[in-house]
Design a protein around this ligand. Structure first.
Ligand SMILES: O=C(O)CCC(=O)C(=O)O
Length: 272
């Protein structure tokens, strides 16, 4: 079995995550980090999944829609090694659900265990299809580490193999989660890839430095993206987009359509 197949197996039926070391140079990391620091200088950009310590919310900041914030992010979202792996996991016409930064400042309290979009409201289990399971992934998360992710700085906690539980972690699961979770540790430029149905969260930052990561969400082509790429991404970025970026932004996937108005009928969905 080649490396790519092994990595896909690790995401699907293995631990649910892996780390690829040093995909991005120190120079690229600095370029991205400088922009994120400037964009999150104000304390009002509080993060998603805010944990329980609401008086410290300003110590965890989110910067959304990074494609609009610099060419470096346009480059990062198309890294060939990541694209190849995600394409094998989600099907090679996958799209971009979101690209955002999560900055946990020193003292930031971390998040509660959760699963990611589109699974993230699976606490309303009845709103999801019957028999949903991990054999048919609807998400692949990629974290680009821009600072050291260590036990002390709040490296992401993740419960190995929990993608197979196929449910949203509740407050009664938290004790077991924190006892058994592994930590996704690494250096600036390392990249973590995980299946977003695996239970995980950012942990408290007890270090003296920021812990910033770029969170990229990839989705199969037929899932609505979480950030509205077509309306939210600036026209200059779209006009200069590579064919791959156009695919990621959803321009290649033609549905929904008003099919009775389509000239020549729908040839893609034909019966063969
Ligand atoms: O930043 C992290 O370590 C995890 C972030 C995360 O899981 C999220 O915001 O959904």
């Amino acid at each position: 079995m080649n490396d790519l197949n092994k990595q896909v197996e690790e995401l699907s039926t293995g631990h649910g995550y892996l780390v690829i070391p040093q995909l991005f140079s120190a120079e690229k990391v600095k370029q991205a980090r400088d922009i994120i620091m400037a964009e999150s200088a104000e304390a009002d950009k509080v993060t998603h999944f805010q944990g329980k310590n609401s008086d410290k919310l300003s110590l965890q900041r989110r910067v959304w829609n990074l494609l609009n914030k610099g060419d470096i992010f346009v480059e990062m979202v198309q890294h060939p090694q990541v694209i190849e792996l995600v394409g094998k996991f989600l099907g090679n016409e996958f799209c971009l659900g979101s690209i955002a930064a999560n900055r946990i400042l020193p003292g930031g309290p971390g998040q509660e265990p959760h699963i990611d979009y589109p699974y993230w409201d699976m606490h309303k289990r009845e709103s999801f299809p019957n028999n949903i399971n991990a054999s048919f992934p609807l998400n692949c998360q990629v974290t680009i580490m821009l600072d050291e992710f260590s036990d002390e700085s709040g490296a992401t906690a993740i419960l190995p193999e929990s993608q197979n539980l196929c449910r949203y972690p509740n407050s009664e699961d938290e004790k077991m989660f924190y006892e058994k979770a592994a930590r996704i540790k690494g250096q600036p430029g390392d990249v973590a890839v995980f299946f977003g149905m695996t239970w995980h969260c950012a942990m408290p930052n007890k270090s003296t430095h920021d812990r910033t990561g770029i969170l990229i969400q990839y989705l199969p082509k037929f899932i609505k993206p979480m950030e509205d790429q077509k309306r939210g991404v600036r026209s200059e970025v779209i006009d200069n987009a590579s064919p791959l970026l156009k695919q990621l932004l959803g321009f290649d996937y033609p549905y929904p359509q008003i099919l009775e108005e389509a000239k020549g009928g729908n040839t893609e969905g034909r019966v063969v």
